[in-house]
Design a protein around this ligand. Structure first.
Ligand SMILES: NC(=O)c1ccc[n+]([C@@H]2O[C@H](COP(=O)([O-])OP(=O)(O)OC[C@H]3O[C@@H](n4cnc5c(N)ncnc54)[C@H](O)[C@@H]3O)[C@@H](O)[C@H]2O)c1
Length: 439
C-alpha cells in the first residue's frame, strides 16, 4: 500500500528515512527549518556526506516521489503519516533535550489532518511519545496516535542499514496506528518487533547502552593488556569467536564518540536517576569512556613529557570512517588537549575537514592529503581509520616526519610491520615499538 508520508527534519536520520521510503514507492515530502539544507536538497544535492544518498535522492526526485520544502503546511496537510526525525541533543544536565521534538510537534499540530498518524524516530526518553501525543491533542484538538519507531542506522552505511536492518521496532499503544506503520515498512522485508510505546523507547536506549558497554569493556581490557604484556587484538579475537560474545564492538580504541552513544548513555543515566535508580554499569561505561578519550594525548607524553612547540599531525577527524560527522569525536578532545599544551597542530580528514574548520578556523593547519600532513612533524596521531589513512605506508611516516613518533588509536598496523619499519609506535592495548634509530 503506497502512502503519502512527511518527514520532519532532514538530518542523517530524516533524510535517509525519507529517501528510503520514497525508494520503496511511497510519496515522501521532507520538511526542515533550515533553508540552506532544503535549497541544496531541492537541487538533488545532499547537505550531509553519506555514501549513496545523493543517487537515491536524484532518482526519486526524477520519479516524482520525493519532495523537499520549508513550508510546514505543504509538508503536513495531506500526509497519512508524519515521521519526526529532529535532533535530541544533550542538555547541560545530561538529559535528552526535547526542544526540537516539541517544536516539531507543535508545528505538526497546526497542520495535521485528523486521521493522520505521527511516528517518532528521534531517540527520546521513556514517556516522551505519550507526552507528544497529549501536546498534539492540546494544540490541534485531534487525538492523533503517536507511534514510537526508534532508528538503528549507522552513519556511513545508513542506506544499506535501512534496507538490511536486523529489526524494525514499532511501539504503539493504538493497535491500528501500529499496523499502519508496519504496512509502511512492509516492502523492506525486515523482521518487525511490536511493543507498547514505552518498551520501544527503552529498546533504543538499552541497545545503545549495551553496545557502549562492549566498547568500554574492551577498552578496559586493553588497558590491562598494556600493563600485563598481552595483546588486545588477539584477546578480542579469541573472545569474539565465542558466539555468546560476538566479534562486533570489541575493537579497543579511543572511546566511543559520535552523535548517539555519548548522549544516549548520559540520557539513560539521567532517566534512571529520575526514577531513583542507580544504573551502576552505565555510570562505569561513561567514566571509562571519558578516561579513554584522553588516552592518545597521555600516550604522546611517553614521547614528549612537554608538548609545547611540538608539531603534531592528526589523521582523521570524523568520529568514524565514511561520515563527515564530528559530534563528540575523539579527535576534538585530542585537538583541544594539544592546543592547550601549546602544540602546533595540522589535521587531515578526507571529508570532515570543513566541519572542523568552522570551529577552529586558523588556530590549526589543514593538510591537502594524509601524507602531506606528516611532513616535518614530531608526532602523528591516527584517530579515524579511513581506508586512505589505514593504507599510508609506514615508510612515509619514517621519511616525512622529523621524528617518526606514531600514536595509533585504531591499531591500524601490526606490531611486526611497525617493528620492521624503523618507527616509534604506540597503539592501544599492545606493547610499544621503539626504533633503535630514533630512541
Ligand atoms: N545520526 C545517527 O546515526 C542516528 C542514528 C539513530 C538515531 N538517531 C537519532 O535520530 C535523531 C536525529 O538525529 P540526526 O543525527 O539525524 O540529527 P541531525 O542534527 O543531523 O538532524 C536534525 C534535523 O532536524 C532539523 N530540525 C530541527 N527542528 C526542526 C523542526 N521543528 N522541524 C523540522 N526540522 C527540524 C534540523 O534543522 C536538522 O536538519 C536524534 O534523536 C538521534 O539521536 C541518530
Amino acid at each position: 500500500m503506497k502512502m503519502k508520508l512527511a518527514i520532519a527534519g532532514t538530518g542523517y536520520v530524516g533524510l535517509v528515512t525519507g529517501v528510503c521510503l520514497a525508494e520503496v514507492g511511497h510519496t515522501v515530502i521532507c520538511y526542515d527549518i533550515q533553508e540552506e539544507k532544503i535549497s541544496l536538497l531541492s537541487e538533488g544535492k545532499s547537505p550531509i556526506y553519506e555514501p549513496g544518498v545523493e543517487d537515491i535522492i536524484k532518482k526519486n526526485m526524477e520519479e516524482s516521489r520525493l519532495f523537499f520544502t520549508t513550508d510546514p503546511g505543504e509538508a503536513y496537510k495531506e500526509a497519512d503519516c508524519i515521521f519526526i526525525a529532529v535532533g535530541t541533543p544533550e542538555s547541560e544536565d545530561g538529559s535528552a533535550n526535547m526542544q526540537f521534538v516539541e517544536e516539531a510537534a507543535m508545528t505538526i499540530a497546526s497542520h495535521i489532518k485528523p486521521d493522520s498518524t505521527v511516528v517518532i524516530k528521534s531517540t527520546v526518553p521513556v514517556g516522551v511519545n505519550e507526552r507528544i501525543e497529549d501536546l498534539i491533542f492540546e494544540h490541534s484538538g485531534h487525538r492523533i496516535s503517536v507511534v514510537s519507531n526508534p532508528e538503528f542506522l549507522r552513519e556511513g552505511s545508513a542506506i544499506h542499514d535501512s534496507f538490511n536492518g536486523d529489526r524494525i521496532v514499532i511501539g504503539a499503544n493504538d493497535q491500528l496506528a501500529g499496523d499502519l506503520v508496519e504496512k509502511i515498512y512492509q516492502p523492506f522485508n525486515i523482521p518487525v518487533v511490536r511493543t507498547d510505546v514505552r518498551s520501544a523507547e527503552m529498546i533504543k536506549y538499552a541497545s545503545n547502552a549495551f553496545l557502549a558497554t562492549k566498547i568500554s569493556f574492551i577498552n578496559e581490557v586493553a588497558n590491562l593488556c598494556e600493563a600485563t604484556g598481552a595483546n588486545v587484538a588477539d584477546v578480542a579475537k579469541g573472545m569474539g569467536m565465542d558466539k555468546r560474545i560476538g566479534e562486533q564492538f570489541l575493537r579497543a580504541g579511543i572511546g566511543f564518540g559520535g552523535s548517539c552513544f555519548p548522549k544516549d548513555t548520559k540520557a539513560l543515566q539521567k532517566l534512571a536517576g529520575d526514577y531513583h535508580y542507580d544504573f551502576k554499569i552505565l555510570s562505569a561505561v561513561i567514566d571509562v569512556n571519558s578516561r579513554q578519550k584522553l588516552k592518545l594525548f597521555e600516550k604522546a607524553r611517553e614521547f614528549y613529557p612537554e608538548m609545547t612547540g611540538k608539531k603534531a599531525a592528526i589523521l582523521g577527524l570524523s568520529f568514524k570512517p565514511n561520515t563527515d560527522d564530528i559530534r563528540e569525536a575523539p579527535s576534538i578532545e585530542l585537538l583541544n588537549e594539544l592546543l592547550l599544551a601549546g602544540a602546533e597542530v595540522e589535521v587531515y580528514d578526507p571529508i570532515a575537514m570543513k566541519n572542523v574548520e568552522t570551529i577552529y578556523g586558523n588556530k590549526i593547519n589543514y593538510a591537502s592529503s594524509a601524507e602531506a600532513c606528516l611532513q616535518d612533524k614530531d608526532v602523528a596521531f591516527i584517530v579515524t581509520e579511513w581506508e586512505e589513512i589505514k593504507s599510508i605506508p609506514l615508510e612515509s611516516y619514517r621519511t616525512k616526519m622529523t621524528v617518526p613518533n606514531i600514536v595509533d588509536g585504531r591499531n591500524c598496523y601490526s606490531l611486526e610491520e611497525a617493528a620492521a619499519s624503523g618507527i616509534n609506535y604506540l597503539s592501544i592495548g599492545r606493547q610499544m615499538i621503539k626504533s633503535s634509530q630514533h630512541c
